[in-house]
Write a protein that binds this ligand. Structure first.
Ligand code: HSE
Length: 418
């Protein structure tokens, strides 16, 4: 006989994910769970569910003693935080898809739910349908992760695919990503790399036991990538993808970043198209593993939320093993990055700030250089993010080798710089 308690759900949000979850739950015949109330913002909007389910009063869910699970899939981070804090403090179990909320408040949320001994699960917040958090939590406790790299934002991957492979205009590709429910309410979060950054912050906690702040990590989005860069990539058997990475350096510190990256056609990441996500994990024992699946959209995201709800039915909690192991891991404050930087011919780059330069390609149409630059330098300077500059990382471009400054660099000191 089952001793499991019936899960009575209070759902916040009935957008792309909320409605997907509602439909998925109706079909989840092996799960003893049902939605009692759904809290929405706009009472007048037509919804595909019985009107009696809906309310605009959050307390109808949060103060209802019968509701033992709060599922939060809303876009408003401030409101999501208030819901999360109250739900946990009331001893309710919480499932959330809000990566921004989680990434910006991870320390506080972990402390709070540990204190109240409740379960707080958020598989859907990273790579939607790919169960990467659960794998990081459960599988690698005694293995050493050597590298994690992934395409973890579906919208930017979709846009890059549509613009550079299907020749769609950028604005049309973005609109399509919005229409299909992949993009954030504020799509700047996608295209500037912030959404991937939030997901990387979450992955860092489960993969390496680091609770980082988003502003500590180097990030750039896809806005400045242009046709010349794509042509360069194609000529070099590569593709451009927005890749998040976390890589332990020799001293144990973890270099973490989100940057547009030249991914070789032979890399598993190059197979990740449209709104799909993919994560490559390299570890001492398992060697290389590749996780692939849909990273955005109604049902793929709902599948992860549903899986979290199912996990609550058998009392599952994140143990944060890597945090508890007190590995002493911390973010690296520097690393050497091998980059390609393209720029208009008449704009000169501050080449003396590169640690070494491998190639200088001068072309009246568009020029580029390939060289090594310091992670810390990029974090502290922003010329490389201006709209006429495009910086791409090479796929294996994170190193810690201290390269001597290249002699060519001094030649360029007299040129005008950006
Ligand atoms: N905007 C996000 C993405 C949704 O495109 O990946 C899924 O987290």
């Amino acid at each position: 006989m089952s001793t499991q308690k019936k899960l009575v759900i209070g759902l916040f949000g009935f957008g792309v994910v909320g409605e997907g979850l509602y439909l998925a739950l109706n079909n989840a015949i092996y799960l003893d769970a049902s939605i009692k109330k759904v809290c929405i913002k706009d009472a007048d909007k037509q919804r595909n569910a019985p009107a009696r389910l809906f309310t605009t009063n959050p307390d109808e869910l949060l103060d209802d003693p019968e509701i033992n699970v709060i599922v939060e899939v809303i876009n408003d981070t401030a409101a999501a935080k208030a819901i999360a804090l109250k739900a946990i403090a009331s001893g309710k179990q919480l499932v959330s898809a809000s990566k921004k909320l989680i990434a910006e408040n991870l320390q506080e949320l972990i402390a709070l739910h540990s204190h109240h001994n409740t379960s707080f699960l958020y598989e859907s917040s990273v790579c939607a349908s790919i169960p990467v958090i659960r794998n990081l939590e459960e599988y690698y406790n005694n293995d050493f992760l050597q590298h994690l790299s992934g395409i973890i934002n579906g919208s930017t991957n979709f846009i890059l695919h549509k613009v550079f492979e299907d020749n769609l205009e950028y604005a049309d590709a973005l609109r399509l990503a919005q229409d299909l429910g992949f993009a954030e309410l504020d799509p700047a979060l996608d295209v500037q790399g912030t959404d991937a950054l939030h997901k990387l912050v979450i992955l860092l906690a489960h993969a390496f036991g680091i609770v980082a702040r988003p502003d500590e990590i180097l990030v750039n989005g896809i806005r400045n990538i242009n046709g010349y860069d794509v042509r360069y990539a194609k000529q070099h058997q590569s593709q451009i993808k927005l890749v998040a990475q976390a890589k332990p350096l020799q001293n144990g510190d973890i270099a973490a970043l989100v940057l547009p990256t030249l991914v070789r056609n032979s890399s598993p990441l190059s197979f990740v198209k449209e709104e799909y996500n993919g994560i490559l994990i390299r570890s001492s024992l398992a060697d290389e593993q590749f996780f692939y699946g849909k990273g955005a959209g109604s049902f793929p995201t709902a599948s992860a939320v549903l899986s979290d709800i199912a996990a609550l039915s058998y009392g599952y909690k994140y143990e944060y093993h890597k945090l508890r192991q007190q590995l002493g891991n911390k973010l690296a404050d520097d690393a050497i990055l091998k980059v390609y930087v393209s720029h208009p011919h008449n704009v000169k780059l501050p080449l003396t700030d590169f640690r070494s330069i491998q190639t200088i390609h001068d072309d009246p149409e568009r020029s580029y250089i390939i060289g090594e630059i310091s992670y810390h330098y990029l974090l502290e300077n922003d010329w490389w993010q201006s709209e006429h500059i495009s910086l791409l990382l090479f796929e294996d471009g994170i190193t810690e080798k201290k390269a001597p400054a290249h002699s060519q660099a001094s030649y360029y000191t007299s040129h005008q710089t950006v």
